[in-house]
Design a protein around this ligand. Sequence first.
Ligand code: ADP
Ligand code: MG
Length: 405
Amino acid sequence: LMEHSTENKSRNETFMAKFANIYTPIVVISAALLAVIPPLLSGDFISNFPDWFSRALTFLVISCPCALVISIPMSFFGGLGASSKIGVLIKGSNYLENLAHLKTLVFDKTGTLTEGVFEVTALHPTQIEEDRLLHLASHVERFSSHPIAESLRAAYRKESDACSIANMVEKAGYGIQAEVNGQIVAVGNTKFMDKLDVNWKSCKKVGTIIHVAIDGIYAGHIVISDRIKPDTKDALSQLRKQGVEQFIMLTGDHEKVAERVAEELELDAYKASLLPADKVSEVEFYLSQKSLGSQLGFVGDGINDAPVLARADVGIVMGGLGSDAAIEAADVVIMDDNLSKIAQAMVIAKKTIRIANENAVFSIGTKLLVLLLASFGIANMWLAIFADVGVTVIAVLNSMRTLKV
Ligand code: ADP
Ligand code: MG
C-alpha cells in the first residue's frame, strides 16, 4: 500500500513535476544564450567568451531545481511514514493533503462509532423455541463477516453440529438468507422482511432488532444491542480541535437506535434506515454543500460502505473490523480501529504541509537572491554551489522533520 501511495501525488508534487518539465529546458537554453549572445554583441567574441561562459555556468548551477524537486516529495513521504508509524496507512500524498483540510466528517454507526460487538438482550420467538431461533440465526450467519453475524455466532455456542447450510445470499443493508437443513431461513431487518413479504411483528425493546423468517413464515426476532466505543466521545472532541466543524452519522440501523447514539455523542445530524446507495446520495448532498477548499471525510467499516468510501474526498476505514472491500475502496486505513487516530493523522498532515511550504519558500527565495547577485557579477561559483547543493541539503534535512511523530 505504501509503495503505491506515491503514485497518488499531492497537488504540491504534481505542480513540482509540471514545473520541472517547463523550467529545466528554459533554464538550459537561457544559459546557452547567456554564454554566446553577449560576447557576440560585444564585437570581440574571443576575449569576452570565457568570462560569459563562466557566468552562464554559474547561472545554470544556481537555477538547478533540485531542492524543490527532491525536498517536497520527501516531505510528503516523511508524513506518510510518520502516519504509518502510528498505525494509519494513507494511500497517497493527496489524501494526506485532504486530511489537513477536513471540515465535515460523516460516520457509519456500527463498528465505527460503536464497538460492533452486539450482545443478545432478548429472544422473542413466535412459534419455535428460543434456543432454536438463535440456532437458526447463527447458522445462517456462519459465513458473513458483518458485526451482527459475528455477534450472533458468538451468542450461540453450540455452533458446530450436523446441520447443513447452503446457498447463502447476503444483501447489504438488508440481511442474509441461507438454506438450513433444506429450509430457507432469512435473517435481517424489517425492510428485508417486507421484501420477502413476511408478516413481521414490531418490538418494544430498544436495540437493533433482527427478524427471522423460515420458509417465508415469520419466526420471531432477536434483540441485540451495541455499545458506543468508550473513546468515541474523546476522539470527536480531538477532531473538533483539529478544525472539523460538522459530524454526521449515516446508518442502516433503525431510527430509535440511531437517535440514541446521535444524542449521546452530540452529533450535528444523522440519518437512519439507509441502504448503501442512500449513503452515497447523502454524502453527495453534503459534498455539494461544502465550501471551496474544505474537505469531506467518510469513516466506515462495512462492505456496504465501500461505494461511499470511494466517493468521499477522504475515505477512512477501520482496518481491524473492516471488510476487505471497504479497505480496498478507502484512502486511509486505521489499523487498530481507534477513531482518535484520525485527529493524530490530521496533526501530521498539517505539519507535513507546513514543512513542504517552508522548503518551497526557502529554496525559491535563496535561488532568486543568488541569481540577482549573479546578474550583478557578485556571486561566484562557490555561492552558486551553495544555492544548489547547500539549499538542497538544508531542505532535505528540514523535510526529514516530518518523519518525527
Ligand atoms: P450500518 O450502516 O450501521 O453499518 P448496515 O448497513 O451494515 O449497518 O446494516 C443495516 C441493517 O441491515 C442492520 O442494522 C441489520 O438490521 C441488517 N443487516 C445487514 N446485514 C445483516 C446480517 N448479516 N445479519 C442480520 N442483519 C443484517
Ligand atoms: Mg457498518
